[in-house]
Design a protein around this ligand. Structure first.
Ligand code: ZN
Length: 319
């Protein structure tokens, strides 16, 4: 089971209406965008409803120049909890501290200070913006972290699946323990996937989405990476060759890297009060395209639920 998803989104998703809620965003967007682009054929584009690793990394890059080295003036909490109660240390420890770094681990953001780190997750609908200090709060603006330069970091989250937690210095929060490597790190490669998969009978797609194996490869990116690598999502993880795992690791890096690069064009939104930061268009070859033609061979794409997640693939191009 997936360590990152279980506390933060999967369980909650089931409670509040199941997996369908995850698919609603892409599906609605697809209808609109799909009509506009019907003649353009192979790759559909949509705005994801939920921040995935590329959106979180784009958020980090967008915030970094505004937060790095700044001193925190104060903290305003407009409610005591998000997904979980906001610990007292956030209000007690952060004021007066200088932000030494803003880091990402999986889909979490960490604001590091000498007193400890604020640990943030955007959940399904969260966003962060840097705004002038006198910007009026709107609905769902739950947290302000004001800076000595007069601006503030504002956390908005309509659905409140996000979180703001505390990590004492020198410790690793339990949510971050046991996570696999970052997909863009050099330690994530074909040899690593090959070694970790031996003896495993789970489908390779389920294996790839396991946060203990590698973090941040969600349903969309798993489907697209497997298509690019030509591997069937149903293939037993333990029976994929080293060579094919190298192709898969390369595909994961290419697709996530491309998504992050596209997100770079939205960075200006982080300091715009009207912008919706961090979410950007994503080209898709197979995800959400069940029953349509494979963009490579033209045969009808197959679909099934694998590990309780909607999956689409080409039975001809993916073996
Ligand atoms: Zn095909």
């Amino acid at each position: 089971m997936c360590l990152e998803e279980s506390p933060l989104s999967q369980g909650a998703r089931r409670r509040r209406g199941g997996v369908a809620s995850e698919r609603r965003g892409p599906r609605f967007a697809r209808q609109t965008v799909g009509r506009q682009r019907a003649a353009l054929a192979c790759s559909r584009i949509y705005n994801p409803a939920m921040p995935e690793l590329p959106e979180v990394e784009t958020t980090r890059r967008g915030l970094e120049p505004h937060l790095h080295g700044r001193r925190i003036h104060g903290v305003i909490l407009r409610r005591p909890d998000l997904r979980w109660p906001i610990p007292a240390e956030i209000e007690r420890e952060l004021p007066g501290q200088r932000i030494a770094a803003i880091r990402r681990r999986a889909k979490y953001l960490l604001l590091d200070t000498e007193a400890g780190s604020a640990l943030l997750h955007l959940g399904m609908s969260g966003s962060l913006r840097v705004l002038p200090g006198d910007t009026p709060a709107r609905a769902h603006d739950h947290v302000d972290i004001s800076l000595e330069d007069g601006r503030l970091l504002r956390f908005n989250d309509p659905r409140r699946f996000g979180c703001l937690l505390w990590q004492p210095p020198g410790q690793t929060h339990e949510l971050l323990r046991g996570l696999g490597p970052e997909p863009l790190d050099d330690t994530f490669d074909g040899d690593y996937l090959f070694a970790r998969s031996r003896g495993r009978s789970a489908p390779v797609k389920t294996f790839l989405m396991d946060q203990r194996i590698v973090v941040g490869v969600g349903n969309i990116y798993a489907a697209e990476s497997l298509f690019m690598a030509g591997i069937s999502p149903l293939r037993e993880a333990g029976k994929v060759s080293r060579e094919r795992y190298q192709r898969l690791a390369d595909a994961v890096k290419t697709i996530l890297g491309h998504a992050i690069a596209r997100g770079g064009t939205t960075l200006r939104d982080f300091i715009s009060p009207d912008g919706a930061p961090g979410y950007f268009e994503q080209e898709l070859s197979v995800y959400g395209r069940e029953g349509q033609a494979c963009p490579r061979c033209g045969r009808t794409l197959r679909h099934a639920s694998i590990g309780q997640r909607a999956s689409v693939w080409c039975g001809h191009c993916q073996r």
